[in-house]
Design a protein around this ligand. Structure first.
Ligand code: BDR
Ligand code: CA
Length: 307
């Protein structure tokens, strides 16, 4: 898989899952502006990989703003660095000297079998890849994205952050014809980093376990301030979990449209679960999560990394 991301507390856990699970083969990491500015999300991806002992995995920086309009970061949730909380001081590897879109193109065309693209931030890089290099699409097995919702949003009443940040990019991706799986808030809000989860991370007794505990402690306080949530939802690793063990996330195939123009609903994902629109059903939409299996997978991966 390739992970395109904007770390981000939950992106960081997703990267650890993809490095620590023995079934995963993480070919490369590309970064996009979203939770924070591009320089910060890129630095954070480098740091997380270095902490995980995976400095060899290439990291390439991509788009520093959405296709249309200006970037609004999620500093209220992820802090001034994008990964506020733990001490992440670690020597990092150099960033690749190519754009994220070019790294994705090279990794996909050079792979022996089709590659899964896991998208954990605004879809700007992925949309550009599909528009600029349509010849790579047969090499993409599926795009598994964290974004959207079958229900309400988190950035606007009906809009989820990754889609609201770049609705045009999401529209391009979901209408591209490449098989897509959408992991939305309706499912990610079931994976809550409770006190027990945080204690379990800490109980691993490793630096990495401590970093995860501190990331989630910061995240919990931020979610409490911003949304009044008792525990924070850990969105992004669920997309990686779906790739590693599809039985963890239940999906249904449904038509999904991105609202590009609504007065109050720009960036909403309009999921036609009851097939009322007659539009073709093209997206596998997450509707259920095996919460215990998800946490087991993530904890085991972080434990496997040791460190
Ligand atoms: C998504 O937005 C970001 O804040 C998270 O990293 C996640 O990808 C949740 O809406
Ligand atoms: Ca993210």
């Amino acid at each position: 898989m390739i992970i395109d991301c904007d770390p981000g507390h939950d992106d960081a856990l997703a990267l650890l899952l993809a490095v620590g699970d023995p079934r995963a083969r993480l070919l490369g990491v590309t970064t996009v502006a979203g939770n924070q500015t591009l320089d910060k999300t890129t630095r954070n991806a480098q740091r997380v990989l270095a902490l995980a002992g995976a400095r060899h995995i290439p990291v390439a920086a991509g788009c520093d703003r959405p296709l249309v309009g200006e970037l609004t970061v999620a500093e209220d949730i992820h802090g001034a660095t994008g990964l506020d909380g733990p001490d992440l001081d670690v020597p990092v590897a150099d960033v690749a000297d190519v754009h994220a879109v070019e790294l994705m193109r090279r990794l996909i065309t050079g792979a022996a079998e089709p590659v899964t693209v896991v998208a954990l931030g605004p879809l700007t890089n992925v949309a550009l890849l599909l528009r600029r290099h349509p010849e790579v699409t047969p090499g993409i097995r599926r795009i598994v994205l964290m974004g959207g919702s079958t229900e309400r949003g988190n950035t606007t009443p009906y809009g989820e952050f990754n889609i609201v940040t770049d609705p045009e990019a999401a529209d391009i991706v979901l209408r591209s014809g490449v098989p897509a799986t959408m992991i939305g808030l309706n499912v990610t809000h079931q994976a809550l980093a409770t006190g027990e989860v945080i204690a379990e991370f800490r109980g691993l007794g490793t630096r990495l376990g401590g970093v995860c505990a501190e990331l989630m402690t910061y995240f919990a306080a931020a979610y409490h301030r911003a949304f009044g949530f008792e525990h924070p939802p850990v969105h992004d690793p669920i997309a990686v979990a779906r790739v590693l063990d599809p039985s963890i996330v239940r999906t249904v195939t449904a038509p999904v449209a991105v609202e590009l123009a609504g007065t109050y609903t720009r960036g909403a994902t309009v999921v036609d679960l009851h097939r009322r629109t007659g539009r073709p059903s093209t997206v596998d939409v997450a509707v259920g999560l095996d919460v215990d299996a998800f946490w087991r997978l993530l904890m085991t991966a972080v434990a496997n990394l040791g460190r």
